[in-house]
Write a protein that binds this ligand. Structure first.
Ligand code: GLC
Length: 423
């Protein structure tokens, strides 16, 4: 029986996650977005069969923001109840003090075949605090049948997306489909909105990335105003007002039931929209996100999840072995084919079976390798505050409560105050 200062079961139950503490050898927290939990459980079963150990898989909230606060509660309590954490690509710096150095528990060269940028991202003061599990970048899903029907090209600018969405939405509504919308994305006030809005802003020339690599606040600029004003105009026009409460799965729900022309989402949605149960199977394609105007460039934001071992784990070696197994070539290949999760091993982007299952892993390879990072490294422990301030501002602008100009001016002041305290 595992023991800790605070039983994880209580904390998890308190926020609605599933899982009592059991007598398993290890506990692993996994995401549950789409088919993520089942894929995680299947991987764990293989490791159990190979080693004879037992693992309890704990599911976590879909919102990355809620997941972080759950993890912070558990780790700040120094609880040993969760051994292995699935952590977001923007968290290693912040959570590093609570995580073991995997270099000390894995064989030499354990990270050799992985994308170097992600290994660097997960290395904090020379300590490897997480192994790359899957990477992510924002992409545009579109209904190829409907673009054909209206004789439209795949849009390459946000302005073009807006126009195409208006045309198709108007046409479909005239044909009696009153629930049909042009564009769905992640507009709830959470980490996903930070990602979406950064993708709009960074796609304009000199739109910037909220805070630049030197730590200077850049978000209050004319291109950012343009980007957010355009997006605010989508609400009730090409996007339902409900999008202000959408995470990834709500957007997918609307798109997959055939009620939207475009969707911004991560690659995991591919396997699901192309599944046999999907109403739009074989009528969907994936493209890079649009650019901000003719002089801009597509700016899919870098996402992804890593596996880390808690410093408070009673079984760090066993936990590190589970991490090595789950991030191995075979497991990543299985997850790519069965769930369209982007491998963190470059070799798998040349694997015929992977490319047959997810063709855009080949065609959009550059989108994945040159994705735009959020300003997590430079703002360190302050990143969640920076992101919260940003997504709250964007949410207010999208809701029509404040103009993009006013919102970004206030945000600039708020971020300056945060910066004065430290980063
Ligand atoms: C995806 C990304 C992650 C991001 C989150 C936001 O899970 O992989 O990096 O923070 O979406 O919703």
């Amino acid at each position: 029986m595992k023991s800790g200062l605070i039983p994880a079961g209580c904390l998890l139950a308190a926020i609605g996650a599933v899982s009592p503490v059991t007598a398993a050898d290890l506990t692993l927290s996994c995401g549950a977005v789409g088919a993520e939990l089942q894929l995680c459980q299947a991987g764990v079963k293989r490791w159990e069969a190979q080693t004879g150990h037992s693992v309890e898989v704990v599911s976590t909230p879909n919102s990355a923001t809620e997941r972080l606060s759950l993890y912070q509660q558990i780790l700040n309590a120094r609880s040993s109840d969760i051994d292995v954490f699935q952590i977001d690509v923007v968290w290693p710096g912040m959570l590093a003090p609570h995580l073991i150095d995997l270099n000390e528990h894995l064989p030499d060269g354990a990270t050799d075949d992985f994308f170097e940028a992600i290994v660097d991202n997960n290395t904090v003061d020379g300590r490897l605090v997480a192994m790359p599990w899957f990477t992510d970048a924002g992409v545009l899903y579109y209904r190829s049948d409907l673009l054909d029907k209206y004789d439209l090209e795949v849009p390459t600018t946000w302005e073009g997306l807006t126009e195409a969405a208006q045309t198709v939405q108007a046409g479909e509504r005239e044909a009696g489909r009153s629930d049909f919308w042009g564009y769905v994305f992640q507009g709830r006030a959470y980490e996903g909105l930070t990602v979406n809005a950064l993708e709009w802003i960074a796609s304009y020339p000199d739109g910037g990335t909220i805070v630049d690599d030197d730590g200077d606040i850049t978000v209050n600029n004319a291109q950012a105003v343009e980007a957010l004003s355009l997006a605010a105009g989508w609400i009730d026009n090409i996007s339902p007002r409900g999008v202000l409460n959408y995470t990834e799965e709500e957007a997918r729900g609307v798109f997959q039931s055939g009620n939207a022309l475009f969707m911004r989402n991560w690659p995991y949605a591919w396997d699901l929209v192309q599944s046999e149960q999907s109403g739009i199977r074989d009528r969907v394609e994936v493209a890079p996100l649009p650019a901000g105007g003719e002089d801009g460039q597509s700016a899919g934001v870098l996402g992804g999840w890593n596996l880390a071992v808690s410093r408070y784990s009673d079984h760090p070696d066993m936990a590190a072995d589970l991490v090595a197994f789950l991030t191995s070539f075979d497991e990543q290949k299985r997850r790519a084919i069965e769930g369209s999760y982007n491998p963190t091993l470059p070799a798998l982007y040349q694997d015929d079976e992977v490319l047959a299952a997810v063709p855009f892993f080949g065609t959009l390879y550059d989108t994945f390798t040159s994705a735009v990072p959020r300003p997590a490294a430079v703002t360190g422990d302050n990143y969640p505050r920076v992101s919260n301030a940003f997504f709250n501002t964007v949410h207010e602008v999208l809701s029509g409560n404040v103009s993009a100009e006013q919102g970004l001016e206030q945000l600039d002041r708020e971020l300056s105050r945060l910066k004065r305290r430290r980063w």
